[in-house]
Design a protein around this ligand. Sequence first.
Ligand code: ACK
Length: 281
Amino acid sequence: RKPSLAMVEYSLLESATNNFSESNILGEGGFGFVYKACFDGGFLAAVKKLNGGRQDCEREFENEVNLLGKIQHPNIISLLGYCLHGEMRFLVYELMHNGSLETQLHGPSHGSALTWHIRMKIALDAARGLEYLHEHCNPPVIHRDLKSSNILLDSEFNAKISDFGLAVTGGNENKGNIKLSGTLGYVAPEYLLDGKLTEKSDVYAFGVVLLELLMGRKPVEKLAPSQCRTIVTWAMPQLTDRSKLPNIVDPAIKNTMDLKHLYQVAAVAVLCVQPEPSYRP
Ligand code: ACK
């Protein structure tokens, strides 16, 4: 059982981050900055400062506290505490020394630290985290924004899924009653085209992450819905025959997720990133 979340005093955050100094900034996301914090006794953490006043800031904050605050799993980032100060909202997480998978893959080091063994392990870790959200949370949690920048790596390159600001419990088998959100390039075609949201939307995004890991390429961001429809229409009949699919997924991963869906999303994602011909299913 997860220990209860700590409500952290603003003054403690100020001193742990050197008054939110620039030198403590770990990175920036759409929500605001993330700072490295050193608390009394040398305990290190990461503090996310949400841009206050934004319409969706409060929802993001509540989502993280209410959903992530109850989850404890080795492949899901640990939320340790939170702080409210006027309009400002802060979330305190375990520190992930190697930052995001996106920075590792596409940043200055171009993935040089990521051996094939590590990449496979990252894929497996992310699959385990996702499986936990979908199969073991009650009700199931759909992350809705899985992408390489939301997969964080600790000092030993263990991967953990982060950023639950857009997560929802339960999907919508019928179209359209949840606002379309996520990141283009990772959004599942049926969600983008018809607004149908299920756990499989996350599995599609996971397929795109697999391709980033395998090919070191960023997903195509500006895939127009019409292109998307063409690709999916072309791909789906072929996907029923597994022998035509690329043999790119570690056997260990096959056992942790629904293989049929995993292969389907990976194969559609292969098409979406327009890879080398040899990878085409
Ligand atoms: O790739 P990065 O260095 O790792 O840049 C992003 C940035 O903040 C925006 O998400 C970094 N970041 C986010 N959460 C954490 C964390 N818990 N530990 C370390 N870095 C983090 C992320």
